[in-house]
Write a protein that binds this ligand. Structure first.
Ligand code: ADP
Ligand code: MG
Length: 260
């Protein structure tokens, strides 16, 4: 727990996200603070509706907080304009989706190479990088297959390769194994775990499943938009260090100021 190890890639400071549905307000995030570090595989765990996806979307720059700060790789993303946010995501983050989101008319190489075309990279180079990424996920025999010619697990491997090909600092995955059987789920989790550790990337995965969360280096548990448990904070407390930012606060007692 030396300071030098502790260079956060993501800093979330007292973030609120309040959705307005007519008269009603939904506090999807109710004052969350957390630091996430390089090389960490973090699981955001909680039941359905607890605010996991909202939290992930904030950290990935897909949506803006109602209040609070989110600093990723030195960028205050809550202050970026929509177009700067798009650029930011292209440059720094990769996504793995539950539903794979592959284009059906394209084969594996073309699907993986696609995000590189937004960077203006020439075709030969794009394809070379796509082939490398597909090898990394063990799909050397399926390079020319289209999604319909692959199993769910193989399709998600293509999805992972598509995130990796950008060599992003951070990869976000929202229930990435939600559509897979339990055997394939374990394969995919092992693969993600291995790659993140090998490449010292940062992976933030949302799951409602405690067992899947156990594959992560660290679990952050969320209930009703509040962080109720965080392995990192628990570890610091065991080391006799003060927990900062109320990371282990159970609920929102303590009378912090809360926006209307
Ligand atoms: P989880 O991913 O843990 O299932 P979400 O982050 O999707 O939870 O949702 C948290 C809460 O915020 C839920 O009550 C949900 O209904 C609400 N919510 C999420 N997105 C929106 C939205 N765009 N508009 C209104 N309410 C939303
Ligand atoms: Mg969700």
């Amino acid at each position: 727990m030396q300071e030098n190890r502790k260079k956060p890639v993501i800093q979330v400071k007292n973030v609120y996200k309040i959705f307005k549905l007519g008269e009603e307000k939904v506090r999807a995030l109710d004052g969350v603070s957390v630091n996430i570090y390089k090389g960490e595989f973090v699981a955001i765990v909680g039941t359905s509706g607890s605010g996991k996806s909202t939290f992930l979307n904030m950290m990935a720059g897909l949506d803006r907080p109602t209040r609070g700060e989110i600093i990723i790789a030195g960028h205050h993303i809550e202050k970026l304009s929509e177009s700067r946010l798009v650029d930011f995501r292209r440059e720094h983050v990769g996504f793995i989706f539950q539903a794979y989101n592959l284009l059906p008319q394209m084969n594996a190489i073309e699907n993986v190479a696609l995000p590189l075309s937004f960077r203006g990279m020439e075709k030969k180079k794009r394809e070379r990088l796509a082939v490398n990424a597909l090898k990394m996920v063990g799909l050397e025999k399926y390079m020319a297959h289209r999604p319909t010619e692959m199993s769910g697990g193989q399709q998600q491997r293509v999805g992972i390769a598509r995130a990796l090909v950008l060599d992003p600092q951070i990869i976000f995955a929202d229930e990435p194994t939600g559509n897979l059987d339990s055997h394939t789920t374990l394969d995919i989790l092992h693969l993600m775990q291995e790659i993140v550790h090998e490449k010292q990337q940062t992976l933030v995965m949302v799951t409602h499943d405690n067992h899947l969360a156990s594959f992560a280096d660290r679990r952050i548990r969320i209930i009703d938009g509040v962080i109720v448990d965080d392995d990192e904070a628990a570890e610091e407390a065991e080391d006799g260090e003060e927990t900062k930012d109320g990371k282990t606060v159970k609920g929102n007692e303590g009378g912090k100021d809360v926006p209307e």
